[in-house]
Design a protein around this ligand. Structure first.
Ligand SMILES: [Zn+2]
Length: 274
C-alpha cells in the first residue's frame, strides 16, 4: 500500500455508503503458468492429434485453479477483499476463472455473467438446467494428469436428457445457459436500485470493450445520474472517463491486477484533465 493513489481509493471507499465493483476481462487469470508446465505440454501434444479428447482441457484448467498458489491475482484479490470488508458492495465480474469465489468475498454479492467452472450444462441447453460436475469424470482426468491411467480410459461426460456433450457453464458453449447467473443478476439490479442518491464509489478494474453493455456503459450511466457517485477506472489503455461525468471520476492508467497487488500505476488523471 505504498502508492498514494491506492490509499486515496481506500479512503474513498471508506467514505462511501456503497461500492460497485466491475472486474473486466483484463483481470482474467492467465493460463500461461499452466501451459508452461511440462505435463501440460505433453497433454497438449497428445490431444492435438486426437480432437475427441479436447474436452479435458477445461477440466485441467479447473484443477489448476483449485491448486493453492501464491500469485499476483491472489494478492490483488486479497487487497480488494480487505478494501470491501464490511462495506455494502456488489461485484460484477466478466472473469470466467472463478478466482473471486475463492478470495473470501460474500457470494451473495457477486455476479459472473460469463460463467465459469462451478457448474456444467448441456451443450445445447436442452433442459435449461445446470448440473454438478461429475466427480468420476473429474477424478479420471486428474488420474490421467498424474499418469496413472491412459487417455483411452477417459470418457467425456454427456447430458442425461439428450446425450449431447456436458460442458462447463461458461460463454463459448453452443447455447449458453444463462440460468447459471440470472438470479444473481436480479439481486444485482435490486441492489443497484438502492444506490440511488447515495454516496456510491464505482470501481472498474481492467474492463475493456469485450462486453461494454455489461460494465462500462451502464456504470457510466449510474455515475452520470447519481450526482453523489464517483468513479475510478483502472485500465492500461482505456482508462479515460467520459466528460459527461464532469469531475466525478478518475482514470488510472495501469494494469489493474498489478495496481491492486502493488499500487503500481503508469499515470493517473482526473476526468477534467483527460
Ligand atoms: Zn441435453
Amino acid at each position: 500500500m505504498e502508492d498514494n493513489g491506492l490509499k486515496e481509493l481506500y479512503r474513498h471507499i471508506e467514505r462511501s455508503d456503497k461500492v460497485l465493483l466491475g472486474i473486466g476481462e483484463d483481470f482474467q487469470y492467465d493460463w500461461g503458468a499452466l501451459t508452461h508446465g511440462q505435463r501440460y505440454q505433453e497433454i497438449e501434444a497428445e490431444i492435438d492429434a486426437r480432437e475427441e479428447y479436447l474436452w479435458i482441457t477445461p477440466f485441467i484448467q479447473k484443477m489448476a485453479l483449485q491448486q493453492n498458489k501464491e500469485d499476483k491475482w491472489k494478492k490483488a484479490y486479497y487487497n480488494l477483499n480487505k478494501m470491501l470488508a464490511g462495506r455494502d458492495y456488489f461485484v460484477v465480474s466478466l472473469c470466467m476463472d472463478d478466482y473471486i469465489y475463492t478470495a473470501g468475498f460474500d457470494e451473495e454479492r457477486i455476479v459472473t455473467p460469463c460463467g465459469g467452472f462451478r457448474r456444467m450444462q448441456c451443450d445445447h441447453n436442452c433442459c435449461h438446467e445446470l448440473s454438478d460436475i461429475p466427480q468420476d469424470s473429474y477424478e479420471a482426468v486428474m488420474r490421467y494428469y498424474r499418469r496413472e491411467i491412459p487417455i483411452e480410459a477417459l470418457q467425456e461426460p454427456s447430458c442425461i436428457k439428450c446425450g449431447a456433450k456436458l460442458r462447463f457453464n461458461q460463454l463459448g458453449v453452443t447455447r449458453y445457459a444463462e440460468e447459471g447467473y440470472l438470479s444473481r443478476w436480479n439481486a444485482y439490479t435490486r441492489w443497484l436500485q438502492g444506490t440511488v442518491n447515495r454516496q456510491l464509489c464505482v470501481l472498474e478494474l481492467g474492463v475493456g470493450m469485450a462486453y461494454p453493455t455489461i460494465i462500462r456503459f451502464p456504470f457510466e450511466k449510474v455515475v452520470y445520474y447519481n450526482q453523489k457517485a464517483f468513479m475510478y477506472r483502472i485500465h492500461p489503455k482505456l482508462y479515460q472517463v467520459s466528460e459527461e461525468i464532469d469531475g466525478r471520476g478518475v482514470g488510472i492508467q495501469a494494469n489493474a491486477v498489478d495496481y491492486l497487488g502493488s499500487g503500481y500505476c503508469m499515470k493517473a488523471c482526473t476526468s477534467d484533465s483527460a
